[in-house]
Ligand binder design. Structure first.
Ligand SMILES: [Zn+2]
Ligand SMILES: [Zn+2]
Length: 448
């Protein structure tokens, strides 16, 4: 998940005093809320020995954090773990893999359901004194993907142990942070004829163990845009002999609010200049960098030289992908017009594009029902997460839903050095997955 910002979130019927250590669902008893802990059979689905293994695996994966697209050791460890602990079929696709539980049930009602975990870490220093701190310098799991992997493994072990009427597919996807991983893995949907796919992201700010799922858009589309203006240097005392792109860049920045309003269409409510709420949801453009001119040795400004090169970096974002595409076109047209007016050349580069992630209404309802059956409290909010997710690539191809599991209201935010995935969510996430997959309670193998 990229560039998280949680705003205007309305939390619904949640318990307001989340336990520091979350050991199980909260149940009402005679008007008083009491935590119920079932050590050997959390949520009635995930066995304690599986949880223990998955938690140890999470710590191990945390210590060996790898950046997007370079998760070779992580992938190898996950495959070894599943080989050692399950009889699932493992399908190796090079940079990624998935495990398959193929049911012997031949009935027409059999479903083919996939579950996704992402595997990449971030270029952020660890910033914690954890015993399992990242050993990879400058790289650590600050988005909790180590926890997502551990959760999916706990679920895979449970499905393998308990059996299921459905075919289940456990997808371990690399490179979510750059938006490139789902593009690689989306062939799974057609190859295995997947009828439904689920994934989750942990979410600081929501009460620990609460489940949030949105019908419709769950996460906004976004893309980075880099405009490069090329003009001509001149002596600073003779600007008329050069072509300085700075005024074109400044004008393009000042035109952003009107472009955003036009792209959003109709009547809009401005949140801040460059960000509006429209009938189609949020549309926004954020300036992430702007510069022009510099000394050629990179040591700062050249005060004797009128700039001949400039760069403007923007992130555009919208709940409705079509609105974002329109905003991109409007900004591109304006950049070209300004370049022509100022005798400049301009190029634009698209960086890390993410699709909108749109949940299927029936799939979202299944998540709500699963959470309710497990006693996990719901969270509601009145707009999609602004952060982007490449999970939307799957839900363009099949039904599915991405949901969020609360890490606690005071938990350190995602993408910050102090963040660490809460181990307590492994059981909750695996249990929701098990419910969604239709994993049977009846044991098919002996459990110690
Ligand atoms: Zn992230
Ligand atoms: Zn993430």
């Amino acid at each position: 998940m990229r560039s998280v910002s949680i705003c205007m979130i309305k939390l619904g019927n949640l318990y307001r005093e989340p336990p520091r250590e979350y050991n199980g669902p909260v149940k009402k008893n005679g008007g008083k809320r009491r935590r119920k802990v079932r050590k050997m059979d959390l949520y009635g689905l995930i066995d304690a020995d599986i949880l223990e293994k998955a938690t140890e695996l999470r710590h191990e994966l945390h210590s060996m954090a790898e950046l997007s697209g370079r998760e070779a050791n992580t992938k190898r460890r996950l495959m070894t773990f599943l080989e050692e602990n399950t009889s699932l079929e493992l399908i190796d696709r090079g940079s990624w893999f998935y495990a398959a539980y193929r049911s012997k049930n031949a009935s027409d009602g059999k479903k083919r359901i996939a579950f996704r975990a992402d595997t990449d870490a971030l270029p952020i220093d660890e910033g914690t004194a954890l015993t399992y701190a990242s050993k990879t310098r400058g790289v650590s799991h600050k988005c909790g993907h180590d926890g997502h992997m551990a959760t999916l493994c706990a679920f895979a072990l449970t499905a393998d142990r308990c059996g299921c009427e459905n075919d289940l597919f456990f997808l371990f996807q690399p490179a979510e942070e750059t938006g490139e991983g789902a593009a690689e893995c989306e062939s799974l949907i057609a190859d295995e004829n997947i009828g439904e796919i689920f994934g989750y992201h942990n979410m600081p700010g929501f009460p620990l163990g609460s489940v949030a799922v949105h019908t419709g858009c769950a996460a906004c589309a976004s893309t980075g845009l880099v405009f490069r203006f090329i003009g001509k240097n001149s002596h600073a005392s003779q600007p008329e002999n050069g072509c300085n792109p700075s005024f074109a860049i400044a004008k393009l920045i000042s035109d952003i609010p009107s472009a955003v309003r036009e792209a959003a269409g109709g009547s809009v409510r401005e949140i801040v200049p460059g960000a509006v709420m429209s009938a189609d949801g949020i549309v926004m453009c954020t300036v992430v960098g702007a510069s022009s001119g510099s000394r050629t040795d990179g040591t700062g400004e050249a005060f004797g030289t009128s700039a001949g090169f400039g760069r403007l970096s923007l992130t555009i974002r919208a709940e409705n992908e079509k609105r974002m595409d329109l905003l991109e076109k409007l900004l591109g047209d304006e950049a070209e017009a300004l370049a022509a007016e100022n005798s400049l050349a301009v190029s634009v580069e698209r960086v890390e594009p993410f699709p909108e992630t749109r949940n299927d209404a029936a799939s979202a309802e299944k998540v709500r029902a699963a959470a309710a059956a497990l006693g996990l409290p719901p969270a509601e909010w009145n707009e999609p997460f602004r952060s982007s997710e490449d999970f939307g690539r799957y839900t363009k191809l099949t039904a599915g839903a991405l949901f969020y599991l609360g890490c606690g209201e005071e938990h350190a935010p995602l993408h910050t050095a102090c963040y660490d995935f809460p181990d307590a969510l492994i059981a909750a996430g695996a249990a929701v997955f098990a419910k969604l997959g239709g994993v049977c309670r009846k044991r098919k193998k002996n459990v110690e």
